[in-house]
Every structure is written in C-alpha cells, then in structure tokens.
Design a protein around this ligand. Structure first.
Ligand code: S3P
Length: 450
C-alpha cells in the first residue's frame, strides 16, 4: 500500500513531441464498484478491464475479508462470487483500505446495515481524511462508530441489526457519501432516498440498476433525488470496465503543452458526470477532439485526440462543473501554467480533503517551479505564463497523492528545466503503468532527483 514503502523520487525532463496511442487503465470508480456490487450479488460477476492499481486491489482484499470469493484470472479479468445483500461475514482482521477514500467509504456503507462489526484503517493520507461524512448518515440507519478525534480512521463500525430506511441530503457534493448511503440502503427495508444539491458521478446508481435493484432518479427543487428500494436480490453481472477519464487526463494534458505532440487516447468513458475536464480544456483553446463516439455498456465512450496547443488561454472555470472534474483540477492547474492569463477555479473546497489538500500541494509545487498562485479556502487562481515561459527546476512534495505526483511529471515535459517530485510511489494507486506509458509516448521520466 502506498505510504508504507520507501519514497521513489522522480524527475520529468523537457521532452520532444509526444506521439502515439495511450492505452490507459480501467476506471477506478467503476472498478471499486464492480468488486463491491459483485460481492453483494448472487452468483458469479465477471469483470474485464479492472484497474489493477493498489486502491482497487485493497478493495478486492476487503471483499474477501467480508466473505466473497474474489478470483484474479490475470490480465484484468476477475470473477467475484457474491454473498448476497446482507450476507457479509464479520472480518477477523482490521480492513486496511490503503490510500483509498472510495474503498473505505463505500465499504463502510455496505456493512453499516448488516449487524456485523468491522474496523477500518488506511495509510497516513487516508487516516487524516474526514469520515464523519459517512458515519453521520449511517448512524441514521442505526449503525454506531468509534474512531479517532474528528472522525478519523482507524475506526470501528458496529452495523445496525435492525436498520431503518433513511432520507438524506448530502451536505457536500460527494459521490462517495451518496454511494455509502445507497449501499447502506440496500439492506434496509423500504425506500432509502438520497438528495444531492449538485449532481456527482452516478456510477453507483447506474450499476445498481444494472445489478437489478430498483432505483429511480428525478430532479426536484431540493436537487437530484435518488430512491432505492431496499433488500433486492442483486443478480451477478458481466462488466467491461471503460477506461478512466481521470487517467486519460494525464496523457491528454501532456500532449496539449508539449510542442509537436499528437496523442490518441482510445476508449475513454465520457459519462457526463465525469467529463468536465474536456469541456474546460476546449474552453482554454485546446486542440482536443472526440473520435468514434459510441455507447458501451450504457456509458458514452470516445477516442480522444489531443494535439499540442500553443495558444492556450486562462479562463474562469464554471464552478457548476466542479463535481464533474473534481479529480482533474491538479492537472488543469498545470495546463493553466502554460496558458496566457489567469485561470480562476472557484467552488472547489472539496479539493482540500482529497488524498492531500490539493490546492495547497499544487500551489506549493507550482510556485517552486516559477508559477504564481493565489488561493483561498475554496478557490485558487493560477497565473499562466504562456507556452515556453514556465521555468520549472523545482522539487515538489507529492504528499502521498497520486494525482499530485502525475501532474508535476506532466509539467516537467514542457518547462524550461526539469521538474521533480519527492515520491512518485503513490502513482501506483491508480495508474501503475504511468511511467511506461508516458515514456512510450516520448516523455523522459526517471526515478531520481533532477
Ligand atoms: C469518487 C468520488 C470522488 C473522487 C474520487 C472517486 C468515487 O470523491 O474524488 O476519486 O468513486 O465515488 P468524493 O465523493 O469525495 O468527491
């Protein structure tokens, strides 16, 4: 698990054009959910294209600990033999979710209404992150929890023996919180309702429907209202995991800022609740096109083509789009450094409670590389220097955050001097083939300082 190993310093040197195809791994959100819903279904769920990053592997281990049979056939092909809704067994060890907020929060939701007790922990990053956002709503179902101060892991959850259904409005835009409540609602009688003021990624709703649960969604004055009928029998599924738009973001953004580049990133899931980055980049003047647009497994998919874009301009990113690109702000801030003028990002408080405080981590690293950044509690502004003018030469702290490490490696491809990170180890949580893939395109990433 990340954060447990020896730091891996990495340096990215300015490089020539990036060319070729970037085959990025499976979607992290859908991979976690495939394993979890597979574990709650009856029969064999067959998964292809599973992301085999540390985060998802930790979820696979956790599903085994709760009694599901999870089989790795190799090459991203997996089977999960589920225990059925309400069928989780009590784990006899602490569940270590490593670096993964999605893993721990979704799993807490699943076991909260099953009358068993489980203790959760994670790495140094995860153990700092807020869990009250899940323990508050699961308490309404009747679950109890005891953790460290301010609701931090390690934490023990005592599941509700006689759960009641819940109606809950999420206090922050969070797909993890919404999903935890819906997964808890699976084993409660009656209807559980979640209302979100802003739409967040909807994979849980879509996949629950696919597994045979009764889920209805409607827009109301209060927001997007999702109603789940409890205690369904989930039917095992065959799932082809689409490729991750959040991973595609790195080769796409690298191509936009590196002179002469032309990169094709095939088969990317473009669920509208995930695709905000691409609209933002186009508004900034990116030469980014969607080829071969189609539907696969109920999700829109396309091949992305990104070419060097010398005339990028700073924009004010529409805050209404924040949830649909929440994981992409770090790499957008890198692109913004190479744009002319200011890029203003508002309504992004959630960035402060990700694997790191992402505004702080990016601001410090950008400044170390000669880019000015202003920041407040829920906003930041990157003062773009224009193509060819970004100095680089700095070493950045990745703060146990994969997306911070990858963003600075992208930056170093087009700065005047190389860019380093103190630890690229966390990249393995979501994109284990990042270095190889970027090298094949023409990047110059090495495992050392400068
Ligand atoms: C995720 C939801 C988002 C995102 C995370 C994955 C998910 O977190 O940042 O990488 O799969 O549900 P929040 O729900 O905290 O916004």
């Amino acid at each position: 698990m990340s954060g447990h190993g020896t730091p891996i310093p990495m340096t990215s040197r300015p490089c020539g054009p990036l060319k070729g195809e970037a085959i990025v791994p499976g979607d992290k959100s859908i991979s976690h959910r495939s394993l979890i819903l597979g574990a709650l279904a009856v029969g064999e769920t067959k998964i292809s294209g599973l992301l085999e990053g540390e985060d998802v592997l930790d979820t696979a281990k956790a599903m085994r600990a709760f009694g599901a049979d999870v089989v790795d056939h190799g090459g991203g092909e997996w089977s999960v033999f589920g225990v059925g809704v309400g069928g989780f067994a009590e784990p006899d060890q602490v569940i270590d979710c490593g670096n993964s907020g999605t893993g721990v929060r979704l799993i807490m939701g699943c076991m909260a209404t099953t009358g068993i007790t489980a203790t959760f922990t994670g790495d140094a990053s995860l153990n700092k992150r807020p869990m009250a956002r899940v323990t508050d709503p699961i308490a309404l179902f009747g679950a109890q929890s005891v953790g460290r101060s301010e609701g931090r892991l390690p934490m023990t959850i005592v599941g509700a023996k006689d759960p009641v259904p819940v109606r809950y409005t999420t206090p922050m835009p969070s797909a993890q919180v919404k999903s935890a409540v819906l997964l808890a609602g699976l084993n409660a009688p009656g209807q559980t309702v979640v209302i979100e003021k802003e739409a967040t990624r909807d994979h849980t709703e879509r996949m629950l429907t696919g597994f045979g649960a009764e889920v209805s969604v409607r827009d109301t004055e209060e927001g997007r209202e999702i109603t789940l009928t409890g205690q369904p029998e989930l039917q095992a599924q065959v799932i082809a995991v689409p490729r991750d738009p959040s991973s595609a973001a790195f080769p796409v953004c690298a191509a936009l800022i590196t002179p002469g580049s032309d990169v094709l990133v095939p088969n990317i899931g473009l669920n509208p609740t995930r695709a905000g980055l691409f609209t933002t980049l186009q508004e900034m003047g990116a030469d980014l096109t969607f080829e071969n647009q189609r539907e696969e497994g109920g999700e829109p998919v396309a091949d992305l083509r990104a070419k060097f874009s010398p005339d990028l301009k700073g924009i004010e990113v529409d805050p209404a789009r924040a949830a649909s690109m929440i994981d992409e702000y770090p790499v957008v801030s890198v692109v913004a450094s190479f744009a002319q003028g200011d890029t203003v990002m508002k309504g992004v408080k959630e960035l402060r409670v990700k694997e790191s405080d992402r505004i702080d981590a990016m601001a410090k690293g950008l400044r170390a590389n000669g880019v000015e950044v202003d920041e407040g509690d829920d906003w930041w502004i990157v003062k773009g220097l224009g193509h060819g003018n970004v100095p680089g030469g700095g070493t950045c702290e990745s703060q146990l955050d994969h997306r911070i490490a990858m963003s600075f490696m992208v930056m170093g491809m087009a700065t005047q001097k190389p860019v380093s990170v103190d630890d690229g180890g966390p990249i393995a949580t979501s994109f284990p083939i990042f270095e190889t893939l970027m090298d094949q395109l023409g990047a110059r990433i090495v495992r050392s300082n400068a």
